[in-house]
Design a protein around this ligand. Structure first.
Ligand SMILES: [Cu+2]
Length: 146
């Protein structure tokens, strides 16, 4: 389809239909562009899962990604509390993923008291894109939710 040739149709009165066809063709291309964005690495799941309530404090935090992230620029922080009383700890070391499907494993190192926590993670995909996110979870019997 040649968009420029459509100009000839204006005088014939056929142009509006031709223009509509071009517009529809452009709109149809949008989902294809959005689809390409899905090739970028993303977090696929985690343990603890986002917004989960754990009865037993986690010994490790595990992050699964759709591709193997660059471990050397990966950071994982664990925040507890909120506001001015919030405590943030940088966790290390990161276990090296043996395969693309293996999670990043981050030992917590201490037994987490009941309460609200947030995992603040940041990493980089092999294509150079930086990703980050927050995974909130709670430790406790669930009594705190009442
Ligand atoms: Cu990317």
């Amino acid at each position: 389809m040649n968009v420029r040739s459509g100009g000839a149709f204006v005088r014939d009165g056929v142009r509006p239909l031709a223009r509509r066809a071009v517009t529809l063709a452009l709109l149809a291309a949008v989902p294809a562009i959005a689809g390409a964005a899905m090739m970028h690495m993303k977090l696929s799941r985690s343990e603890p899962a986002a917004n989960s309530v754990l009865r037993i404090p986690p010994k490790d935090l595990k992050l699964w990604f759709t591709q193997r992230p660059e471990l050397t620029v990966t950071s994982v922080k664990l925040r507890s509390g909120s506001g001015a009383s919030a405590v943030q700890r940088t966790l290390a070391p990161l276990a090296r993923a043996a395969a693309d499907s293996a999670p990043i494993v981050v030992p917590v190192g201490v037994t987490l008291a009941p309460g609200h926590y947030e995992i603040a993670w940041r990493t980089m995909a092999r294509d150079g894109h930086v990703l980050n996110g927050i995974i909130p979870f709670d430790v406790g019997s669930g009594a705190a939710k009442r």
